[in-house]
Every structure is written in structure tokens, then in C-alpha cells.
Design a protein around this ligand. Sequence first.
Ligand SMILES: Nc1ncnc2c1ncn2[C@@H]1O[C@H](COP(=O)(O)OP(=O)(O)OP(=O)(O)O)[C@@H](O)[C@H]1O
Ligand SMILES: [Mg+2]
Length: 311
Amino acid sequence: MIATVTLNPSLDEWMSLPALRAGELNRATGFVRYPGGKGINVSRVVRELGERTVALALAGGEDGEILRRLMNRLSIPHDFVAVEGTTRNNYKIRTARPRALTEINTEGPRASRSVLHRLEERLLTHRPPPQCVVFSGSLPPGALPAIYRRWIRMLEPRGIPAILDSSGAALAAGLRARPWLVKPNRSEAGELLGVRLRRLVDVAQAARRLVARGPSLAVISLGPDGAVLASRMSNRVLVATPPTVPVDSAVGAGDSLVAGFVVGWLRSRSLPEALRLGVACGTAAAMTPGTELCRRADILRVKPRVRLRTI
Ligand SMILES: Nc1ncnc2c1ncn2[C@@H]1O[C@H](COP(=O)(O)OP(=O)(O)OP(=O)(O)O)[C@@H](O)[C@H]1O
Ligand SMILES: [Mg+2]
């Protein structure tokens, strides 16, 4: 079972409009609400792949209640800790002209020390103990950047590997706890290392440098160019290139990659196989609209077409 942790989830409000005009009344032609948050996305994709998951998160107020109901409707097992205040809303505005996605994110409710402590207890006492824990996304107000580091360290003596997909200070601090896997994208990795990652060789070198900082594995995702994987066990870097596909929205592609990689690893214990399934899930997510992540049929079609090589 794969546990995910989302400290700053959201209710995502998706709207479609022919065009968006500032300062005028705009009428939406479509509206749908989805549970948002990176760990929650990972859990959705783990379910789509047919494996067991639990999504741990903080939720509060009326919107937190709606979030719980949406999780139930999607049949995603979850364990939410109540926070004071209300779960945030993120607005996703899809326009036809120009064909674009405009996003407005709000700040989440404050996470008090006692709330974070409660979530920590749930994480450490969950039955059955998870096979691994995915820490994803930004931190809410009140959570210190070292929170993921603390939890990764607490899981280590229990033999539970951690996956870290965050950015900025939370990523930098978390790396020092030596998680099993980190999964920044090109710009997150570049920001962390203070370099611009233009060419593939630069990305491969960056993945090696990340591994030198503590994690066993580093995957740097590259959008349509796929992903690279460096491992502490080898000097070679694995490169996975997806096929060209019709792209709708790449929202949640990175989260889908993480889910596919972890499921692939747990099933096969093979890194090439894990990377192949991860990249197939990311690419399948890019093929669907933003509210959807990836469909099993697309994953199965894309997977054999992912090209793997080492450099
Ligand atoms: N336009 C695309 N075409 C094909 N595959 C894509 C495209 N965009 C993303 N992917 C797939 O999804 C994976 C992850 O994408 P990306 O690097 O954009 O993650 P990310 O920036 O972390 O995304 P997120 O917004 O979910 O955090 C890539 O490795 C690739 O397999
Ligand atoms: Mg990402």
C-alpha cells in the first residue's frame, strides 16, 4: 500500500470559457469541481493502476467536507486530519481563445503544531504500515520547511522508503534526510542546484549531483522530453523518452509519473521498468483534460513506446 501526504490540498474549481476578459462579466460554459493537491493526485493514479493507497491530508471547514465527499465519490481511501479554517480553492480557467489554462491559487489554512502532530501520528501508526510514503507539494502556512525531513527520518528506522516531490526550501531540507527518491522537474532541480539545465547532459549531471546529496534515486522530469534517472548504485544515467502524443493538459503529469514509478518499482523491483511505467503515466496524463489524470488504456498503449537508453 502506497501512502501519500498532502499538507496543502485544495478544491479545484475548473471552468471553461470561450475567452476571458478582465474587468467584464464572463460566463462559464462548463464548471466542475475536483479534489486537488499533489499527493491526492498520486493516490488517484495509484488507484487507476489497480494498487492500494491511502491519501493523508489536512482538511477544514465546509470545503474540507466537500473534499472528503469528492474523495469518497472517486473511491480513494483517505485519512484527513481536521484543521481550523477552510480548505483552499484553486481556480482553473480553461479558455478556447487563446487555448490556455489560467490558474489562480489561494493560500491554504494555517497548519498548527498540534494538527501537524496529529497527522504525524496517523502516518506512523497507519495499519497496515505503508510500503512507502509519498510527500508531495507545497507547504501550508505554519509548516516549517524541515517538516518533510523530520517525517522522512522517522520512517527510516521503520524501513519505510520515502518519496519527495516538492520544491524550494522543503525540497532542499528533505534531501538531507536521504529519501529513497526525489522527483524534481527541470526548473525545480535547476533552482536547487543553482544552474540552468538546458542540455540533456546537464540534466544527467544534475541528477547525479542530487544523488550525491543523499537520496538513493533522483528522477528529473522534462515534460515532453521524458525523464532521467540517476541511482546511487550506478554512474550511468537512464533516459526515458516518451512517444509524441496528442496533448490536452499536462496538469498532474509529474504526480502521475511519481505514482507510475512507485507502482512499477513495487511490482518489478526493476528501475528501467519503474521509469518506463512512470513516464508512460506522465505522458498518458498529458493526453487527458486537466481534471482527469491518466487512463489505464492510454498507459498501456504508451508504455511499450517509451524509449529507454543509458548515457
Ligand atoms: N507535453 C507532454 N508530452 C508528453 N509527455 C509529457 C508532456 N508533459 C509531461 N509529460 C510526461 O509527464 C512527465 C512529468 O512531466 P513534467 O516534467 O511536466 O512534471 P512536473 O513539472 O513535475 O508536473 P506537475 O505539474 O504535475 O508537478 C514527463 O516525464 C513526461 O513523461
Ligand atoms: Mg511536479
